[in-house]
Design a protein around this ligand. Structure first.
Ligand code: SF4
Ligand code: SF4
Length: 444
């Protein structure tokens, strides 16, 4: 059979994907053993206000954190039990956030709101969007942007392409792969709900061609769907970046500082499509997610379906990590994830993976002088000059950094990856971006 067209973007890199340890492992349901910790910020925007206090009994799916402001997203209890504390707790990015700590009673008693019966086909767009908002859905790829806002593009922007991002280009991570394979119909039905909001749009599911089984299953289940196309993407990093995925599928370029809606596109990730389906068809707020636990530091890597608020430590213990030989634990993928200072942090809505590395793989090589090979420039998917950005960062020249469009850097790490001199380019660019942002904030 002739293979379908292969979509791609310009530049990028081909790191070792290391997905084989978990890509064949079915999603395993894990029940929490310890307390559930639910931070009141799991999204971009204003923190939630806790609605419960110490000693309160809570039910599965009960609203426990009320959203504040337009850009915010509510938090629901993921177990039934008793509130042990409402206090600051450590989260994966190293900060402390006001959190509701729940002692799980293991009874799984549902909140009455979960028995609501909805039919999105008879609902208005505003009613559907309100359900998505109340369900606490945020972009589950890590950025944490509230999904309902994405579903409300400016009225003058006509959406022609609704794209489900099944690229999963970060090495090691396979949670989206398994979800597309095991929850295929839910992904498709989630996309159909979004298409119901945008009747003039066509649906696309973009999947990197290193997941042929997921592509085959999606193609099989959409063969009678005229309005949905499965698109094979070249396996290349960072194919899953929103802007690069849009370019690959449509040849349209999202302008600097612009949004996908500016070029008629909307992108949602695989987990978000499933979560939209669960919110509208099952009346379930976001309470779970699939997390890949992998790396050479765990003996039992896998894809785990866990309740939000479960401790990273529990997942690592289940995956049989060896604390003695662990040099680094990363939340997310190795390219864009963050190294953890503690594993006693909870799984959040945006936790796609936990990677555990021994010192053999976690070693960061020493920097040496730039040999002016230009490789970093050749691979930068944002067409930037990492050498100049690095220089601007080192001499603390924010104007130079802005002049070289440093704020457009998506921090994909491709430049650092390719650099034969092991220059810590992305780290230095991150520092400069933080400096520019801090000064912009001071001016306000
Ligand atoms: S400069 Fe930024 S966008 Fe370009 S390769 Fe480096 S990290 Fe990626
Ligand atoms: S890849 Fe590294 S050595 Fe080559 S030009 Fe860029 S910073 Fe210099």
């Amino acid at each position: 059979m002739m293979k379908s067209k292969l979509y791609s973007f310009k530049k990028g890199i081909h790191p070792s994907y290391n997905k084989e340890r978990t890509s064949g492992k079915p999603i395993e349901l894990l029940h929490p053993k310890g307390d559930i910790v639910l931070p009141m910020v799991q999204h971009i925007g204003a923190p939630c206000t806790p609605l419960v206090k110490k000693g309160d009994r809570v039910l599965v799916g009960q609203l426990i954190g009320e959203a504040n402001g337009f850009v915010s997203s509510p938090i629901h209890s993921t177990v039934s039990g008793t509130v042990k504390a409402v206090e600051d707790r450590l989260v994966p990015n190293g900060s402390k956030v006001l959190s509701v700590v729940i002692e799980d009673d293991g009874l799984r008693e549902d909140d009455p709101s979960l028995s609501k019966k909805l039919d999105y086909r008879t609902m208005t767009n505003d009613e559907i969007i309100e359900v998505v908002k109340e369900a606490g859905l945020v972009g589950m790829g890590g950025a944490g942007f509230p999904t309902y806002i994405k579903l409300m593009p400016p009225k003058d922007k006509e959406i022609s392409h609704v794209i489900i991002n099944g690229a999963e280009c970060e090495p090691y991570l396979t949670s989206d792969h398994r979800a597309m394979l095991e929850k295929t119909q839910q992904v498709i039905d989630g996309l159909k709900i979004i298409l119901h909001l945008f009747p003039n749009a066509k649906g696309y599911i973009g999947v990197e061609d290193n997941k042929p089984d997921a592509i085959a299953k999606l193609e099989e289940l959409t063969k009678n769907e005229d309005n949905i196309e499965i698109c094979r993407l070249e396996t290349k990093y960072p194919q899953g970046s929103e802007k690069h995925l849009i370019y690959a599928l449509t040849n349209r370029e999202v302008p600097s500082g612009g949004l996908p809606a500016d070029v008629g596109c909307m992108v949602q990730n695989v987990d978000s499509a499933i979560a939209i389906w669960r919110a509208l068809e099952m009346s379930r707020p976001i309470m779970r997610r699939i997390v890949t636990v992998s790396g050479d530091g765990v003996k039992n890597p896998g894809n785990y379906n866990v309740r939000l608020g479960t401790s990273y430590r529990e997942l690592l213990e289940h995956a049989q990590w060896d604390p003695e030989n662990t040099a680094k634990v990363i939340s997310g993928g190795p390219m864009m994830g963050m190294a953890l200072s503690s594993i006693d942090v909870p799984v959040l809505k945006g936790t796609a993976g936990i990677l555990c590395f021994t010192k053999d793989t976690a070693l960061i090589p020493e920097e040496s002088n730039c040999i002016r090979c230009n490789k970093c420039i050749e691979v930068c998917p944002c067409v930037l000059m990492p050498t100049q950005l690095n220089l601007a960062s080192q001499i603390r020249d924010d104007e130079m950094f802005i002049k070289y469009n440093g704020m457009d850097c998506m921090e994909c790490g491709s430049c650092s990856f390719i650099c034969p001199a092991n220059r810590h380019l992305v780290q230095s660019i991150r520092t400069a971006k933080a400096s520019v942002r801090a000064k912009q904030k001071d001016k306000k």
